[in-house]
Design a protein around this ligand. Sequence first.
Ligand code: NAD
Ligand code: UFG
Length: 349
Amino acid sequence: MNQPRSSGNDQTSADTVLVTGATGYIGSHTCIELLASGYDVIGVDNFDNSEAVVLDRIAELAGRPIAFAELDIRDTDALRKVVAEHQPAAVIHFAGLKAVGESVAYPDKYWSVNVGGTLSLLDAIADSAVTKFVFSSSCTVYGDPAEVPVNESTPVAPISPYGRTKLTAEEMIRDILSTRDCSGLLLRYFNPVGAHESGRIGEDPVGVPNNLMPFAMQVAVGRRDSLSIFGDDYDTPDGTCVRDYIHVVDLADGHVAALKALDATDTCEIVNLGTGTGSSVLDVVNAAGEAVGTPIAHQVVGRRDGDAAIVFADTTKAEAMLGWKAERTMADMCRDHWAWQSQNPNGYE
Ligand code: NAD
Ligand code: UFG
């Protein structure tokens, strides 16, 4: 264990956190918030969907680096060596594959990384000093919920291999932690968007973006001609789908709050991380245009298969258990996403 080190906030000792998927979109923002809160970080990633330059940017923004090992989380021996060397007290497990369409085409890959990789990680930390485990799950496990807002008791019904791997990983983590002196939080994220306010790190999708905000911002920066809006005939106020968009830095802060909350519990709990506010596709397109300074070119096309009309979170449990609430607005999300996209038009190069 590292020596306790004083910090400028209420974190009194610097525990070490193992962060898998540390150079990815949410992982990189979380590393910065962890460092700012006085934690030390040992990150791991195989750069399947991220770039090594992210490590330099984390150090630049946080004022100190994270320790890092390039590895595949399915390599249990390599993970075990990292755990033995750094003696983390907590794990935040982001590493995984997240594209719904790809999961339909390559379900074997998704089960291998998202479920096999999670089992490998749990194996690697067995008999270690890890007493807190945080997992990146997704509101995709709720499928098309019958009622909103969605709380943690809403029935789960994932409709893609991706969603099923997330749900299976949740169940596996719960079963295995119940046999150990290790508490857990299974965090179901809603729709993360935005970037660090500096614009130095952000989301860098490979190929054509699947998600709304990255696509809209690539239109704004001239990489794409026009955004297709998938349907305006839903039973929603303006006919387009409604989602709960959350600023990635608020989400990152939610992980710091999660680690602190885990000190006070010995259970494994599910918690939704969203804002509790729904925004339609047109709301996002309009807010993005405001942030950019010119409208986002768009046209309405047919519905996309599998889209639910309205999904947004009930945030009661997150507020009660984590003492955390998202603070940033849609305007903040668009401003910061644009800062990233405009400064890095082609992403990390
Ligand atoms: P991301 O792809 O940017 O980050 C994931 C990281 O994991 C990448 O850096 C990738 O290189 C790494 N990785 C993938 N396979 C690996 C392996 N076998 N070994 C080691 N590293 C590996 O994705 P993100 O948006 O930062 O998402 C992080 C987590 O949050 C994922 O588990 C994802 O399923 C979950 N999540 C994301 C969203 C979202 O919309 N971004 C929503 C809900 C849940
Ligand atoms: N949309 C468009 N045009 C686009 C992209 C998206 O109109 O080019 C619409 C979609 O139809 C949907 C809304 O914008 O109505 C949001 O779509 P996203 O793809 O950005 O987000 P989803 O809610 O479909 O799902 C995303 C991830 C899931 C994850 C979920 C919750 O793809 O894996 O957020 O975190 F589970």
